[in-house]
Design a protein around this ligand. Structure first.
Ligand code: SF4
Ligand code: SF4
Length: 429
């Protein structure tokens, strides 16, 4: 098995070399510090990009052990890459962090740390969805919450993140276009999409079909691997990437797209995951493109129209869309197609909401603090808006789960949806 970032032979030396090369570009100017959410909360240099780069350099030089403080500070990095976006020296922080986490994991393996990504990628959550749905609907959830048992079992946080579940979406391999065929599009669904992102997937298929595209959903596809990489499991991430590449390369496609920008950021960086592969690095034949960007680029036939909507929509910009895919403008472009809709950015979009992969569950203090800022911004925006109906759109599943949980906890009357779901709702027959 080839490591995602480095050949299996002499893996730690190769990772250390990657860290040294990338970190050497950092001149320690500190311009990234005000943009780092974890530094903003802690005011601790070790919780800043510059501090983490210094820690990774020390790890590469064998000057610090991986276990303990070093792991702690790397774990708490949100991978939001706000630092990368503002760095004048063009330090590839995301790449550096992946190598740092993989090296730390190689020097100090933590099987328990990798359990969550493996569990999710195995499809366990999707298989458990009917049971969880029963738990929600039978009154068991209500009873366990009231009794305090969830807290005692340490399941309170997981329970709070669980949105009301619908029946699992059973997807076909192919959805033909409506009318004349203009092309074929591959749709990546992710490991949890069929359980947690059903509306967005359904909307994506229906809209693409109406625009004249056949939609292929190869059942061989699997988890994107982002959470594996976040936990330092580069080999696990590479294995999933290879499977996804093979699944979509078996099809003849005009475009490859995805609903969740967090997964998409991983798909779009697969080429880099394999840049040190010894030979024949696997690569997508059709480059992935986020769904909003794709729909904004496609020419819409005259007969596909959207109904006006008198509402206000606040746009949350996921870090994956802003800082990795650099496509934050796409949802705005797309939503402008809906007549009468008032579109605004959610204040504070430059800062992560805390819905960053495993952080959502494993770093709950950090996730809660970051979410509190978003909820406060949302409340202020709603109060300033008076009676008008407000919607919050986000194109990343992790952010949607995180924001929805905060909204439910506060009892705010705001629906969180994917921008494409909103478009599909406004589609005329
Ligand atoms: S990462 Fe970039 S912005 Fe941050 S300290 Fe290093 S050179 Fe400066
Ligand atoms: S990725 Fe985000 S949390 Fe991590 S160091 Fe950079 S700005 Fe801070």
């Amino acid at each position: 098995m080839t490591c995602a970032t480095h050949p299996a032979t002499d893996q730690t030396a190769s990772l250390a070399a990657t860290i040294r090369t990338a970190a050497d570009l950092c001149v320690k100017c500190g311009l990234c510090l005000p943009h780092c959410p974890t530094y903003g909360i802690s005011a601790d240099e070790a919780e800043s990009p510059r501090g983490r780069i210094a820690l990774m350099q020390a790890l590469a030089e064998n000057a610090l052990p991986a276990a303990g403080r070093l792991e702690f500070h790397l774990d708490r990095c949100l991978s939001c890459r706000s630092c990368e976006r503002v760095c004048p020296s063009k330090v590839e922080y995301g790449h550096l962090l992946e190598a740092g986490r993989a090296l730390a994991a190689a020097k100090h393996p933590r099987p328990a740390h990798q359990r969550l990504p493996k569990l999710i990628a195995s499809g366990a959550f999707v298989r458990a969805a009917p049971v969880l749905r029963f738990y929600q609907r039978s009154g068991l959830q209500y009873l366990l919450r009231r009794s305090g048992a969830l807290k005692k079992m340490g399941l309170q946080r997981l329970d709070s993140l669980l949105p009301p579940l619908s029946r699992r979406l059973q997807l076909k391999d192919y959805y033909p276009p409506v009318g004349l065929q203009r092309g074929n599009i591959g749709l990546f669904t992710g490991c949890m999409g069929t359980a947690l992102e059903q509306d967005a997937l359904h909307a994506a298929i229906a809209l693409l079909n109406r625009l004249g595209y056949g939609v292929h959903i190869p059942p061989q596809q699997t988890c994107c691997g982002a959470m594996h990489l976040q936990s330092g499991d580069a080999d696990g991430a590479a294995a999933l990437a290879e499977r996804n590449i093979a699944a979509f390369n078996a099809l003849s496609l005009d475009a490859l797209t995805y609903c969740a920008s967090g997964c998409g950021a991983a798909l779009e960086e697969y080429a880099r995951w394999f840049e040190h592969a010894e030979n024949n690095a696997p690569t997508f034949r059709t480059a992935p493109l986020d769904l909003c960007s794709l729909l904004a680029r496609i020419e819409w036939p005259e007969n596909v129209k959207l109904r006006p909507l008198r509402a206000r929509v606040l746009v949350h910009e996921p870090c994956s869309l802003r800082n990795v895919l650099r496509a934050a403008e796409a949802p705005y472009q797309l939503l402008r197609r809906i007549p009468e809709l008032s579109i605004e950015a959610l204040p504070g979009n430059a800062r992560c909401c805390g819905g960053a992969g495993a952080t959502l569950i494993q770093q709950s203090d950090l996730a809660d603090a970051l979410r509190a800022d978003k909820i406060a911004a949302l409340k202020t925006a709603i109060n300033a808006n008076g009676e008008a109906k407000t919607l919050l759109v986000t194109s990343n599943l992790g952010c949607a789960l995180q924001l929805s949980a905060g909204i439910r906890a506060e009892g705010i009357d705001v629906e969180v949806i994917h921008p494409v779901t909103l478009l599909w709702r406004q589609l005329t027959n």
